[in-house]
Design a protein around this ligand. Structure first.
Ligand SMILES: Nc1nc2c(c(=O)[nH]1)N=C([C@H](O)[C@H](O)COP(=O)(O)OP(=O)(O)OP(=O)(O)O)CN2
Ligand SMILES: [Zn+2]
Length: 121
């Protein structure tokens, strides 16, 4: 079994209510995020690839555009912009590339990350 991972970065703003960080979290503020998308499988004997990374890149670029320099609270279908919801949002939008097994979203400035393994988990 092989696992192939590709990542992208985006800058986005959010406002989060109800955290222990209080008023600072509720104010609109920005973060740098790094998302990693992983696929698992066995390389096709002819191509030597589990999945052409170019296909993955196309899907990832679409979702990156939907998130980069956005106020995440206003991104449709994202919900409350926590790491949990951002990772699920990305997972659902790169699914058509096939064989996606997990999406991790890192917020390195806070030493935080979250990984979504899909609804069957
Ligand atoms: N289960 C979760 N809990 C919390 C989340 C989350 O996504 N899932 N998020 C937060 C905060 O947004 C997060 O901890 C960042 O805090 P924030 O005040 O936004 O950022 P800082 O000022 O601490 O970090 P800098 O990027 O260095 O400015 C809380 N809980
Ligand atoms: Zn924040």
């Amino acid at each position: 079994m092989w696992e192939l991972t590709k990542s992208f970065r985006f800058e986005a703003a959010h406002s989060l209510k109800g955290t222990t960080f209080g008023a600072d979290s509720e104010e609109i503020h920005g973060h740098s995020f790094r998302a990693e998308v992983s696929v698992r499988g066995t390389p096709d004997p002819e191509t030597g690839m589990v999945l052409d990374l170019g296909l993955l890149e196309r899907s990832m670029e679409e979702v990156r555009k939907a998130l980069d320099h956005r106020l995440l609270n206003k991104v449709e279908a994202l919900g409350m912009p926590t790491l949990e919801n951002i990772s699920r949002y990305i997972f659902e939008r790169v699914q058509h590339a096939g064989k996606i097994t997990r999406v991790s979203v890192h917020r390195d400035s806070c030493n935080e990350s979250c990984t979504y393994f899909g609804p069957q988990g």
